[in-house]
Design a protein around this ligand. Structure first.
Ligand SMILES: O=C(O)c1ccccc1NCC(=O)[C@H](O)[C@H](O)COP(=O)(O)O
Length: 226
């Protein structure tokens, strides 16, 4: 079982190429106007076509309405949607039905009691992405560069198909994998030289660190859904 690695918040051809060349299985484009990583749909379409089938293209949205979903599917044709807002399990199911796309649902965790919220999404979301809570003062639900205490994940069902996210960078990714057992990793601001500016050298170093990490993650016995 290989570990999926998503590099999120890409917005230029150069950094998209760096992520794919380094080994990203998934590349993420954020469509959320307050974010320094925001990409409008015409530019996203160009990046998506450039990625082609070399990596799975994930579009990150925050509480999207149906009109935006329809435009995205028609214009960008992503492989996945990542819902990073307050979408309920019912809304996740409706988004899947409307778009025909698999959905990764982001959930914020910082304490063991937060993990109970995951259950409602099992069998609904195709994958969960566990991220840190939004720090006070931030307008962004994700991409804040803050990690959480990965030890709380020892409470999880070992078969849970989830992506670990939040504040990952070259200096902590090996430790994250020593503690958690994710199906995938997601990194964004830890690979930037300034907010929204991905650094090809940091992307390469991240994958180098991963290659050196003694990976002990378990193969999930069950996926959330096919
Ligand atoms: O990255 C953003 O600016 C963003 C804005 C709004 C919603 C989600 C966003 N990012 C989603 C991601 O998947 C990030 O990679 C994830 O939150 C981890 O970010 P970081 O802690 O910076 O590695």
């Amino acid at each position: 079982m290989t570990l999926d690695v998503k590099i999120c918040g890409l917005s230029t051809a150069e950094t998209l190429e760096a992520a794919i060349a380094a080994g990203a299985s998934h590349v993420g484009f954020v469509h959320f106007a307050p974010s320094p990583r925001h990409v409008e749909l015409p530019a996203m379409k160009v990046l998506r076509e450039r990625a082609a089938d070399r990596a799975r293209v994930v579009v990150v949205l925050v509480d999207p309405d149906d009109g935006l979903l329809d435009r995205l599917v028609a214009e960008v044709r992503p492989d996945w949607l990542q819902l990073h807002g307050k979408e309920t399990p019912e809304r996740v199911a409706a988004v899947k039905a409307r778009t025909g796309l698999p959905v990764m649902k982001a959930l914020s965790v910082s304490a063991p009691e937060d993990l109970s919220a995951l259950q409602a999404y099992r069998g609904v979301a195709d994958r969960l992405l566990l991220d840190s809570k939004r720090p006070k003062g931030s307008v962004l639900p994700g991409g804040n560069g803050v990690s959480f205490d990965w030890r709380i994940l020892s409470e999880l069902d070992p078969g849970l198909d989830y992506v670990l996210s939040g504040g990952l960078h070259v200096g902590n990714v090996a430790e994250a994998l020593r503690i958690a057992r994710p199906r995938g990793l997601d990194a964004s601001s830890g690979l930037e030289s300034a907010p929204g500016v991905k650094d090809p050298a940091r992307i390469r170093s991240f994958f180098d660190a991963l290659a050196r990490a003694p990976v002990a993650h378990a193969a999930p016995e069950e996926a959330l859904s096919p």
